[in-house]
Design a protein around this ligand. Structure first.
Ligand SMILES: Nc1ncnc2c1ncn2[C@@H]1O[C@H](COP(=O)(O)OP(=O)(O)OP(=O)(O)O)[C@@H](O)[C@H]1O
Length: 776
């Protein structure tokens, strides 16, 4: 090689004196390239060793900090198991409800390095080299071909193939048969090609023409089988995806998981991307890998057998060739495994960034009007560009790593294996007993050896191709590990959240403790929800010493005690951010209760109308009956006339003619005005007629006269109102007022006709007052 390079260095001998001895220079060039390449290959291994060392040192320091924090958390209150006795369909924030303290247990400590990085700053320059903000407590998570990956994959496979007799097993069986037939056809074609070469050497035109016809005849089933394999692979991917998606949807819509996963738990962001793109990529990857691994395995076994048989036919020993191949393959495989970059982790980061980019796009579409009014396009464009550039950086990083990896892979597989293949093919010719001097020179001997050589060469090419595919599958397996991690984490989080176990990358510490709110932390710094939910026997709602705590662990109201009996209409007021809506979240069961007792009627007795009315997909009828379906409405014995009466009460009946009847569909979010949307939301109240209406400033865009009519109509229907409002015009519809002071204090008063909201005594909001109430 040095001599070849030296020729390139100075092809015409012009700079002979200038550059000295070309041979030395070429050797130096090759040596430095090899050193550089060696350095490149060993860099990741060295970095890994160094990082492990430094992280174990940090872990030791961390343990000390953690134990102090936990001790502080442990001092507060004793653990109580929640009581049973809930109504049907109620979600119970059980004693298992948890919120992770980021001081003590970081997402990295939980093995979630990727999420920690990406949640912190999605536009980091170099996610792989970036150090997480929190120091790891346990070992760093690995996304690669390891024990964790096998366990995760096994769990997902059980979801994808639930039983021995199912559609997926049937598809797998047909797929496997097709792959086996394809391998036999390859061997058959290789032997036919060998015979063709033999007839060419013998100048046997008739047999050669016959072989060509036979070869073409075999091509028809061979191409069909090839196409069938691809078809089955796609069908299998689709079947796997459907299983995973169905299971994910079940979990996602169980116990308001779709809300809690983004609002209370902080482990996964952009669940939509995981539910769509990641599941799809995972299912395709598994189906593809199945054929990518199974077929080469068949090929290797059958081709090895065919090769050994033809070596034996040539009178040579059958063992040395395959043995040499085996040694070579395992050696190259080992080298590739050691130097392989962490593709799994890189792919997982790439998927996270894709999800973030999509999230930003969705935000722009959802808030297009607001952005346009503000002329906020420059800011939005920069957000989009930043997230896109972060994705491109990650893609470039993967491409670069692949470049170096493929260089080595190709060198080993193309050149080292070809050389070994030549040795394996020539061994029987050089050592076989049929190659004696006499037979070697006979015409028959030459044609037989040519046939053997052509067949063996074809088989070996196919075999080499199979092993190459097996080896490159390793890269795909590691990439699959990335998707497996994301999909299985999604399922784990959905499962945990539906059971009331939460983790959040937020700072929750014992310093947030309040004397009136004895929060309890678990061993690893998680907030434990000790609150009890009980079923109401008299149809009233009552809270006893229940604190209002945000998902971040902020105590907004340390302790709240009140009872709302049917017919006792409650007005809730107070400054912004004082916890009014949060109280409704607690009553609706969306937020866990960390202390005290909540007694409430079944969920179906309470109907919540939010500040921002939600318009669903579907026709006009479906807007009024939401969240009922049309079949449910019919089951209740209600008709379109009943719905019209609901619309009349909120003065929206003109919509039926304006929009073209009950079956008219439109993008209701855009075509209805703010006030119309709020009135539509109130129309739902008249349709469902619940015992309690939780009205969260839901009439702020409605004119005062219509608002008064709606409130009076709701009371006439026997609905008990719980209203959050700053409008004094509404107080006359209520019998009690709950006023928060914005600093944790609150007061509950009965309203008389002449009693104005502002007259609630300031002294009622002293914090001591709350503590007194707690003790009571
Ligand atoms: N999902 C959440 N995660 C963390 N904190 C939250 C969350 N939702 C609300 N908070 C915090 O809880 C506190 C109370 O919020 P809440 O929505 O109850 O206020 P509010 O009294 O209804 O205010 P407003 O009158 O402005 O609607 C606020 O400080 C808010 O920042």
């Amino acid at each position: 090689m040095p001599s070849v390079i030296s020729k390139y260095l100075n092809p015409h001998g012009v700079h002979e004196r200038l550059i000295g001895n070309r041979e030395y220079l070429s050797k130096a060039l090759i040596a430095s390239s090899l050193i550089l390449y060696g350095g490149k290959l060993s860099y990741p291994i060295l970095m890994k060793v160094c990082y492990q060392k430094s992280s174990s040192e940090r872990t030791a320091n961390d343990e000390a900090v953690t134990s102090t924090a936990v001790l502080r958390g442990e001092q507060n209150g004793a653990y109580q198991k929640p009581k049973d006795g809930l109504c049907n369909g109620d979600s119970v924030p059980s004693g298992e409800n948890k919120l992770i303290d980021n001081n003590n247990k970081t997402s990295v400590a939980n093995g979630n390095l990727l999420d920690a990085k990406l949640t912190t700053d999605p536009f980091d320059g170099d996610a792989l080299s970036e150090k997480p903000k929190q120091t790891p407590k346990k070992k760093l998570m690995s996304v690669g071909f390891d024990k964790d990956f096998i366990i995760r994959l096994y769990k997902l496979l059980r979801l994808m193939i639930p039983s021995v007799v199912c559609k997926e097993t049937g598809l797998l069986f047909i797929h496997t048969c097709a792959l086996t037939v394809r391998t036999f056809l390859s061997i058959f074609v290789a032997s036919m090609e060998g015979q063709m070469v033999k007839f060419i050497v013998r100048k046997d035109v008739k047999n050669f023409a016959y072989m060509i016809l036979k070869w073409l005849a075999v091509a028809v089933p061979a191409t069909f089988i090839n196409s069938l394999i691809r078809y089955l692979e796609c069908k299998l991917a689709l079947a796997f995806r459907s299983r995973l998606v169905n299971h994910a949807y079940k979990l996602y819509f169980k116990e308001e998981t779709y809300y809690r996963v983004s609002n209370i738990d902080g482990r996964i962001e952009n669940a939509d991307h995981r539910l769509t793109e990641d599941i799809s990529a995972f299912a395709s990857s598994v189906a593809h890998l199945y054929s990518h691994i199974t077929k080469p395995l068949f090929d290797c076994a059958l081709i090895g057998f065919a090769l050994a048989r033809s070596s034996k036919k040539m009178g040579a020993a059958a063992i040395p060739g395959p043995l040499l191949a085996l040694v070579m393959i395992s050696m190259t495989g080992q080298i590739l495994r050691i130097v392989s970059p962490k593709f799994g982790m890189m792919v997982a980061i790439e998927a996270e960034r894709k999800a973030y980019l999509r999230h930003i796009h969705t935000r722009v579409i959802t808030n297009a009007e607001e952005i346009a009014f503000y002329r906020g396009h420059e800011v939005e464009q920069s957000h989009l560009e930043n997230s896109y550039n972060a994705l491109v950086r990650q893609k470039n990083r993967i491409l670069l790593q692949k470049l170096w990896y493929v260089v080595l892979e190709q060198f080993l597989m193309k050149y080292v294996w070809s050389g070994t293949g030549m040795v394996i093919v020539s061994l029987p010719l050089l050592t076989g007993v049929k190659n004696s001097a006499a037979s070697a020179n006979s015409e028959l001997g030459i044609s037989e050896r040519t046939e053997y050589f052509a067949t063996a060469r074809n088989l070996l090419i196919n075999g080499g191709d199979a092993v190459e595919r097996l080896m490159s599958s390793y890269k795909e397996i590691v990439e699959l590990a990335g998707y497996t991690y994301r999909v299985s984490l999604m399922y784990d989080v959905f499962d945990d959240v539906s059971k009331g176990k939460y983790e959040r990358n937020s700072i929750v510490s014992a310093t947030k403790q309040h004397p009136a709110c004895p929060l309890r932390f678990s061993e690893n710094g998680q907030l434990v929800a000790m609150g009890v939910i009980e079923n109401s026997t008299d149809g009233s709602i009552s809270l006893k010493n229940v604190p209002v705590v945000t998902p971040n662990g902020d105590v907004v109201v340390p302790s709240l005690t009140l009872t709302i009996s049917p017919g006792n209409h409650l007005l809730i007021t107070g400054p912004n951010g004082c916890g009014k809506s949060s109280l409704f979240r607690i009553l609706s069961g969306l937020w866990p209760i960390y202390y005290g007792t909540l007694v409430k009627p079944p969920k179906c007795s309470m109907f919540y109308i939010p500040q921002r009315p939600y318009m669903s997909l579907g026709n006009l009828r479906e807007q009024v009956i939401y969240p009922d379906t049309i079949s449910k409405m019919r089951k209740k014995g209600l008709t379109d006339e009943d719905l019209e009466r609901c619309l009349e009460r909120v003065r929206l009946s003109y919509l039926i003619t304006r929009e073209g009847g009950w079956d008219a569909t439109a993008d209701w979010k855009d075509i209805l005005s703010g006030g119309e949307k709020q009135r539509m939301a109130i129309a739902r109240l008249f349709y469902h007629k619940p015992a309690f209406a939780l009205l969260d400033e839901c009439t702020s865009a409605v004119s005062i006269d219509v608002e008064s009519d709606m409130y009076q109509a709701a009371k006439d229907e026997g609905i008990t109102l719980l209203t959050i409002s700053h409008r004094p015009s509404l107080w006359k519809f209520h019998t009690q007022i709950l006023k928060f002071d914005g600093e944790g204090g609150w007061a509950l008063k009965f309203l008389t006709e002449n009693y104005a909201v502002d007259e609630v005594n300031e002294d009622d909001f002293k914090l001591e007052n709350c503590e007194t109430k707690t003790e009571n």
